[in-house]
Ligand binder design. Structure first.
Ligand code: TAP
Length: 516
């Protein structure tokens, strides 16, 4: 910390340690929580001109607080602050290594506040606290550290071009930040989705205007407070809560924003890409929906297959973009697999996400719960067999039973569309015709993730080669890591988060040619 402070002080970056805001203060999870509920623009918390939105605790449907929202005018202020910070502020003057020091410092502060962040995430999104600590917040911190390390390693190349004889030439490339970037994210992993995009964006040297999902905006605002403590210069980071059609759209259409990073549904992704094209042809990266296949061969260890199968679907109550949307189980083990999965699913402890014994919390918001109930109805209507769950729990809160369908055929709605909830969709296959099984798994417009469980390495590698998905898990599932690029194919979008590749989404290459 001393070194950081000295470096920053030497460069005139003042580390404003505390900031005033209209705080929400409450007790939860045996701790005192304090977080902002206003917009964060140009280093200050300010009220928005939009209609405030209530954010609701999915466990008991109580209003946590009312959050200020941004109109297009507020977004414009945030963009102008970000532009000034990019062009004239301290951010544009400090070295890449000093930028890295700021990102490391922020990660340390997030670590110091991880219990508070995980508690806020839990009450705002319904994530089980222990999972929020490890994944929602833990992986966010790792993401900031990973990209902090990249800041001073972003470099171009020297390229041997043909000389303009008798003179000589030298060409080199510069990897430059794009400028002001806009980020729009969903509600399933609120802080982690922010971190995956923003850490790469800032490591590359850009400034940012970000909109969290209206359903779960609170950790983004607590995060904003921590960026002040870390000493980020004003205007570098701006957070503008609000709804998609007004606030999100204002970001997508803004003429001074040159890059848009989006995670959300395929449908909204398409409309966002249109806005980005129509406004100023912004560069865009899209992480969209999925219907990822998990294929289980008869030679897989059955106990392991049951465990992986369940976590591939039920992890984070199914609100997981790479969740296995379809399980293809080899016909010879199908019945035994189903019997065991049902047995284990019955044991899942559902309840208050803050209780340490809870494994499964409420769905994120009411409209999502309603969508899941409709999804189940459609499955039943089309003749799939609902063998477990499918109902709302008889208690307050947006609790939905982990659900299992069998006898699902490829043309059914539930086999084709994403539920984004804890609904297992099981179909059979025969390994006598592996090409046919892969063709079935590929018969979707989505291409986010996939998985295969088998002891036969040839089968696994053939699957990995032929499957049209940005991620392939072999004998595991959900094993993402900050160093490994993540993103989909086909209508699951394009452009990677995480890993070195993510930096390219937020950089432009300039070619410089000299004659001498
Ligand atoms: P969306 O409804 O697409 O919303 C995502 C974000 O876009 C929200 O912040 C939303 O604002 C905003 N938005 C909505 N309409 C907009 C518009 N016209 N212009 C600009 N922004 C707009 O998705 P969701 O329901 O939050 O999330 C679920 C979907 O996200 C699923 O399909 C899931 O697969 C996908 N997802 C994908 C990934 C990856 S990495 N591929 C990760 C997580 C989730 P509001 O606040 O008003 O909703």
């Amino acid at each position: 910390e001393f070194v950081n402070t000295v470096i920053l002080a030497a460069r005139g970056v003042s580390a404003a340690k505390e900031i005033k805001y209209n705080a929400v203060e409450m007790q939860a999870n045996n701790m005192n929580l304090k977080f902002p509920k206003q917009l964060f623009i140009n280093g200050e918390f300010v009220n928005g001109s939009g209609r405030p939105l209530n954010t609701i605790n999915p466990h008991d449907e109580s209003v946590i607080c009312s959050v200020e929202t941004a109109t297009a005018d507020d977004v414009d202020k945030a963009v102008k602050a970000a532009k000034k910070a990019f062009e004239e502020g301290e951010w544009s003057k400090i070295s890449a290594r000093e930028r890295g020091a700021l990102l490391f410092k922020l990660a340390d502060l997030m670590e110091e506040h991880k219990e508070e962040l995980a508690t806020i995430e839990s009450i705002d999104s319904g994530a089980v606290y222990t999972l929020a600590l490890k994944t929602h917040i833990g992986m966010s911190i790792e993401t900031w550290r990973y990209f902090a390390g990249w800041c001073d390693k972003i470099q171009g190349s020297t390229i041997p071009i043909s000389h303009a004889r008798p003179n000589r030439n030298l060409t080199f490339t510069r990897k430059e930040p794009i400028g002001v970037c806009g980020l729009v994210t969903p509600w399933n992993y609120p802080l982690m989705m922010l971190s995956w995009k923003m850490a790469a964006c800032l490591a590359a040297g850009n400034t940012v205007v970000m909109k969290p999902a209206q359903a779960s905006p609170l950790t983004a605002l607590k995060f904003a407070e921590l960026t002040v403590k870390a000493g980020f210069p004003r205007g570098v980071i701006n957070i503008v809560p609000g709804n998609g059609s007004e606030t999100g759209n204002a970001i997508c259409e803004h003429l001074l924003i040159r890059k848009l990073g989006f995670t959300g549904s395929t449908q909204i992704g398409q409309s966002i890409m249109r806005s980005c094209a129509n406004s100023n042809l912004k560069k865009v990266s899209l992480e969209l929906g999925g219907k990822s296949p998990l294929v289980i061969f008869e030679d897989a260890d059955l106990q392991h297959a049951v465990k992986i199968g369940m976590s591939s679907v039920f992890f984070n109550k199914g609100e997981n973009c790479i969740a296995a949307g379809r399980l293809f189980v080899e016909e010879t083990i199908h019945d035994e697999f189903v019997r065991k999965v049902v047995e284990e699913t019955k044991k899942i402890s559902i309840g208050n996400p803050l209780d340490r014994s809870t494994a499964h919390g409420p769905q994120n918001h009411k409209a999502h719960l309603t969508k899941l109930l409709d999804f189940v109805k459609r499955g039943v209507k089309e003749g799939a067999q609902l063998i477990y769950g499918g109902k709302r729990l008889d208690r307050p809160g947006w609790y939905f039973e982990p659900t299992i369908f069998t006898n699902v055929t490829d043309n059914m709605y539930i086999a084709r569309e994403e539920s984004f909830g804890p609904i297992m969709i099981i179909s059979k296959f025969s390994s006598k015709n592996m090409d046919e099984m892969i063709a079935r798994a590929n018969n979707t417009e989505y291409g986010l993730a996939s998985g295969v469980l088998t002891k036969d390495i040839s089968k696994a590698l053939k699957f990995a080669e032929k499957i049209e998905a940005g991620t392939v898990f072999i004998n595991t599932y959900n094993k993402t890591d900050v160093a490994a690029p993540f993103g989909g194919f086909k209508m699951s979008g394009f452009g990677k988060d995480l890993g070195q590749e993510a930096l390219n989404e937020y950089l432009k290459t300039k070619t410089v040619t000299i004659e001498y």
